[in-house]
Write a new protein. Structure first.
Length: 235
């Protein structure tokens, strides 16, 4: 069974300049994704899809391949993850290379490690899912979430029937951690979406996830990463 890792990393980041290769605790942040994929031993190839020559060179330095550059069409702000995946797999098909399973790993997800990838892959195969990805539990029950009236600022409940419900009695809810998607290549290409009606998940802790959209997020991610590694080294 053949597996491909795709790390999509275009060069046009605006909120954090050169985000995909910015140093994260002394190392380009994309290196963490590349190394996790390589160390997992799951992939026949770990490739980076990019339109930027600097990103391409750094990706190669850390062990990834860049067999072709991303098209201009899929390098703007409107290109979706599925667009990039389809382009990459089409290019490989032109090279007579096909893969049973593919993992799209985001380049700014330093909390990914080889063990999470192996766990997700096992979950995918053992349960015959179309796709598996890591999720985080919401810190507070969404059934007691609030909204504000735009006219007068009044606070209202989305689900007022849960006003007096105890938090521990409400069903836990989760959200996508935005780190990676491991999927059956043929199914996802057919469905043209990563979440199908046959999708599974692995749960990670709040400490193992952090959206990185601005400089404050970046600093928080570095702090979390340090805490995780301090814990590992203490055992």
């Amino acid at each position: 069974m053949s597996n491909l890792a795709i790390i999509p990393a275009r060069g046009g980041s605006k909120r954090i300049p050169k985000k995909n290769i910015k140093l994260f605790l002394g190392k380009p942040i994309i290196a963490y994704s590349i190394e996790a994929a390589i160390n997992s031993g799951l992939f026949d190839e770990v490739m980076v899809s990019t339109d930027n020559s600097e990103i391409a060179e750094i990706a190669k330095l850390y062990g990834a391949t860049v067999p072709f550059m991303r098209s201009d069409e899929n390098s703007d702000d409107f290109a979706t993850t599925i667009d990039v995946i389809e382009e990459v797999l089409s290019e490989y098909s032109n090279l007579d290379k096909e893969f049973n399973n593919t993992c799209c790993i985001y380049p700014t997800a330093p909390f990914i490690d080889d063990q999470k990838l192996v766990k997700a892959y096992k979950h995918l195969i053992d349960n015959d899912f179309d796709c598996v990805f890591p999720v985080l539990k919401y810190g507070f029950p969404i059934q007691r979430s609030l909204r504000k009236d735009e006219k007068n600022g009044e606070v209202l409940m989305f689900y007022p029937e849960n006003l007096n419900a105890r938090s521990q009695d409400l069903e836990p809810a989760f959200h996508d951690s935005g780190q990676f998607y491991f999927f059956n290549t043929k199914v996802i290409l057919k469905e043209k979406r990563l979440w199908t009606n046959n999708t599974g998940a692995i749960e990670i802790s709040e400490l193992e996830g952090q959206d990185i959209d601005n400089e404050v997020d970046w600093k928080l991610a570095e702090i979390k990463y340090k805490i995780i590694n301090e814990k590992k080294n203490s055992f």
